[in-house]
Design a protein around this ligand. Structure first.
Ligand SMILES: Nc1ncnc2c1ncn2[C@@H]1O[C@H](COP(=O)(O)OP(=O)(O)OP(=O)(O)O)[C@@H](O)[C@H]1O
Ligand SMILES: [Mg+2]
Length: 316
């Protein structure tokens, strides 16, 4: 439903989004998780046709964001980071205004509005002035506006930011309900949010995708922490050749010792194979531990890994 191929966006020489590729299938609820400044909003603004990519392609419901922006907009509902509501309008009035902008036919206007009012549980406030609503209700009005033309795709930028804990739970359950009828890409920097709402997570850091996987697979993920004496630029590629290894990252240097993290595929325990590889190459071993990492650890590791990669590049 959403296909993103090598999408990049620069601001001057700064790469806000750097060669990002992913796909979201029909019916998935995918969380774009990343720290502040990771590139979540920039990515979403390109997918929703509000920002032109520097390079790469994005296709939503079969329409390219550059070639057919109007078609793309028809297929999606977008809840931007700060929802541009009209504070002096009443809720129903605002929804009517939005529906007209979205070319909802006059004959189905009333029904479309009633439906989003029900779906977003706005019955109690539909005649109130938007500027006087609590933040949680304003967020729901924003969501209702995004849903008016019943689009197959929803792109929600930090849908629960600024809400109190009860409102957060309500909006999350609303999003889960919406997931039954829409394909959803949402952004957040809160891990529990992803765990509560999404089937899949894409971790983005420094404009790059660091992790992309189904939550149940990521929860099973394990890695091996290794400290060995030898040249990092020889050890890392050697370990990469061990069967079952997904990824090797250099995490630090302590005198002649290199610290590496070896990510295994399918939660396998590769300690023996990794140990053998090091010893057979004549690299003395100081540490070899298995760690089953929580999603939170993977998030932090991913962010650190990308930061390190940037630091390396700047130094070279
Ligand atoms: N119009 C712009 N001009 C210059 N730099 C920009 C512009 N828009 C975004 N950036 C930069 O691009 C980077 C990514 O910003 P973006 O808003 O996409 O991050 P984010 O992941 O949404 O962060 P947050 O969690 O804080 O919302 C940031 O360093 C930001 O300062
Ligand atoms: Mg943002």
């Amino acid at each position: 439903m959403i296909e993103v191929d090598r999408l990049s966006r620069r601001f001057g020489s700064f790469r806000a989004v750097d060669d990002v590729s992913f796909a979201v299938g029909t019916g998935e609820i995918v969380g774009l998780l990343g720290p502040n400044g990771a590139g979540k909003t920039t990515t979403m603004r390109m997918l929703t046709t509000y920002l032109t990519p520097t390079s790469g392609r994005a296709v939503l419901a079969g329409h390219d964001v550059l070639d057919e922006p109007l078609e793309v907009r028809r297929k999606l509902g977008y809840l931007p980071e700060s929802v541009p509501l009209y504070p002096e309008m009443r809720v129903r009035e605002f929804l009517r205004f939005r529906a007209r902008l979205k070319d909802v036919p006059r004959s189905s206007l009333r029904r479309a509005i009633s439906e989003v009012v029900t779906r977003c549980r706005l019955e109690e406030v539909e005649n109130r002035i938007i500027g006087q609503l609590s933040r949680g209700y304003r967020q729901r009005v924003g969501l209702a506006g995004a849903l008016l033309h019943d689009p197959p795709i929803l792109i929600l930028d930090e849908p629960t930011s600024g809400l109190d804990p009860i409102q957060i739970l309500e909006v999350r359950s609303l999003i889960r309900e919406l997931g039954a009828r829409h394909t959803i890409l949402l952004s957040t920097h809160i891990l529990p949010e992803v765990e509560a709402v999404c089937n899949r997570v894409i971790i983005i850091a420094r404009g790059r995708i660091a992790v992309d996987g189904r939550l149940e697979d990521l929860r099973r993920e394990s890695s091996i922490v290794v400290e060995a004496k030898g040249p990092a630029d020889a050890i890392a590629p050697a370990l990469q050749t061990v069967a079952g290894v997904d990824r090797v990252a250099v995490e630090g240097q302590d005198g002649p010792f290199v610290a590496l993290r070896v990510q295994a595929r399918d939660g396998r325990d590769l300690r023996e194979a990794v140990g053998q590889k090091l010893v057979s190459n004549g690299w003395p071993l100081r540490r070899l531990d298995l760690s089953r990492s929580t999603l939170e650890e993977q998030f932090i590791q991913a962010v650190n890994r990308e930061a390190l990669a940037d630091a390396r590049q700047e130094a070279s």
